[in-house]
Design a protein around this ligand. Structure first.
Ligand SMILES: [Zn+2]
Length: 261
């Protein structure tokens, strides 16, 4: 057995766990550490001064997030959701239960269910630990030495490791630059989002409808940012359309429909 085979064996023994969909994933960082990094990044983004206090937008986003979280037995007070003044139709999630929604996304959606699809998708990224997994994968591929010290002795992280972590959070070198998640993460977040929205009483068919609106908004030109960081295509719309019927039972079982718009 080579040294590297042995190392990978050790990593997988320590760091393998499953996402809410049952997919096995590599997790090498602690939840607490990820939450700290997410909170720090989110605080820096808020400091840029474009947090929106517009009551209508905030009410809608808070109301939808609250419904989604309660339906998933999550405590809403553990989460922080902010509206950011930004024309690009985008949204993002950071470890530590932080979510940001751009005003451009609020302008784009046609109804509360489509916004629930966006927020449910972002909650899915957080609850499936995609930030942690991305960092863990990057460390496993490029940070062999750094990871050894982390796993075996938990020493102080060196500069290279810190850079990997910032990149892994998906915010790039400068705050506010969102890096794409992998296709696996996007597909999983889509599925979790549809599952969550149906349980919370939002129409799961509106997830596919949202992507059609996104596609139309791009009008053949440059795709909206949410679309480019979240690769969209007809395959994705088809997949979401196929997914919705599976969750119509959950949706139908909710007697008090949300009224967030
Ligand atoms: Zn995503």
């Amino acid at each position: 057995m080579t040294r590297f085979t042995l190392l990978f064996f050790v990593y997988f023994l320590i760091g393998c766990q499953a996402t809410p969909t049952g997919r096995k994933q590599l997790i090498l960082r602690s939840e607490g550490e990820m939450a700290n990094l997410g909170a720090q990044s989110f605080a820096a983004m808020k400091k840029k001064g474009n947090v929106s206090a517009e009551p209508k937008a905030n009410k809608a986003v808070t109301c939808i997030t609250h419904r989604l979280l309660v339906a998933m037995d999550e405590k809403p007070s553990d989460w922080e959701v902010r509206v950011f003044e930004d024309k690009s139709p985008n949204a993002f999630a950071l470890p530590g239960r932080k979510i940001g929604v751009h005003t451009g996304m609020l302008d784009l959606v046609e109804n509360q269910d489509q916004l629930a699809a966006v927020i449910g998708h972002e909650i899915g990224h957080v609850l499936a630990h995609h930030g942690n997994e991305r960092i863990s994968q990057q460390l496993a591929v490029t940070g062999g030495l750094a990871i050894t010290s982390l796993v075996l002795s938990n020493q102080k992280k060196n500069r290279q490791t810190n850079q990997l972590i910032v990149a892994g959070l998906g915010i790039g070198a400068q705050f506010g630059v969102l890096l794409p998640f992998s296709r696996t993460h996007e597909t999983e977040a889509d599925e979790l989002g549809v599952r969550y929205m149906a349980k919370a009483g939002f129409d799961p068919r509106q997830a596919a409808a949202l992507w059609r609106v996104m596609q139309k908004a791009s009008g053949g030109g440059a795709p909206p940012e949410f679309m480019s960081t979240h690769p969209s295509n007809s395959t994705r719309i088809r997949r979401l359309s196929r997914l919705a019927p599976k969750f119509m039972g959950d949706f139908g079982a909710v007697k008090d429909r949300p009224s967030c718009f």
